[in-house]
Design a protein around this ligand. Sequence first.
Ligand code: LMR
Length: 329
Amino acid sequence: LFISLIMAGCGGKQEASSSDKAVAPEKIVAKFSHVTATGTPKGLAAEKFADLVKEKTNGQVEIEVFPSGQLFGDKDEFEALQANNVQFIAPSAGKLISFDPRFQIGDMPFLFKNNQGASKFWDSEKGQELLQSLESQGMIGLTAWPNGMRQIMNSKKEIKSPEDLKGLKFRIPAGGVLVDIFQTLGAGTSSIAFSEVYPALQQKVVDGTIASFDNIENEKYEEVLKYLTIANMNSLAYVVIVNKEFWDGLPADTREIVKECMTEATAYERELADQLDEESLAKLKQKINVYELTEQDHQAFVKSMEPVWAKYESVVGKDLIDAVVELNR
Ligand code: LMR
């Protein structure tokens, strides 16, 4: 017979068996909600984290993972996290724009080169400082899980130059710099939650989207879109966030163990990210038209983004941008 105790000052559900009397520590149950499929680096790393936590706390802490936006999606996960209705989420950094516009750093066009550069930035003093800015809003940014670069897909034409985007409409995950990137190229945008992208593409609400290889493959965008351009336009990186009240309410020794599990899960995610990205690209090449920007094409895109840089450098912060440039050499 189990009784559930919601501990004051501690978010996750805590359960204690009445037959265990006072000696057994309460079981702590926390929820980890995210929007991608289980087979993605984020999905697999969340599962790994849950397994490690269960093993290393001898079952005292249980993390329940909810993938594919089953529990909360892009629209309600922040509210749910702040209300402590979910304890862990891992949105892409740009979705944190309303908490701090500097989180758009990953979306700055052609700034990051790859996952390694992203990891170096988020682990650096500047990256950590940015993660810590969430604390005043009841959340703790634990770490970042990079997941490749965002590529350009659409149903209308092969994209080789900035001019090719003119007149097309793209799905974007969040507003801000992404809106300006497309506007500068004469293209329209619509901010659509991740779980609604496939139907939006199918119903031609938009002509295309930006996405990492593994998300394209897991979401089966190739079924509804024809052209993929490898542009490496921006860095897709997830910020793993925990509710502060829940985190601070964990017994100190338990919190230390959970933290170590997060470090281990992060190493696992980062290893997987490159590997799965490569595998997804290989599979996509069998199914869809893939064009990779040449160095010359790339330079034309970089040049076309000058107005975007002029507008956003001060929004995102020159100090952060300089740190990325330095770490991405
Ligand atoms: C998106 O909305 O495109 C991404 O943030 C989805 C994800 O979490 O990979």
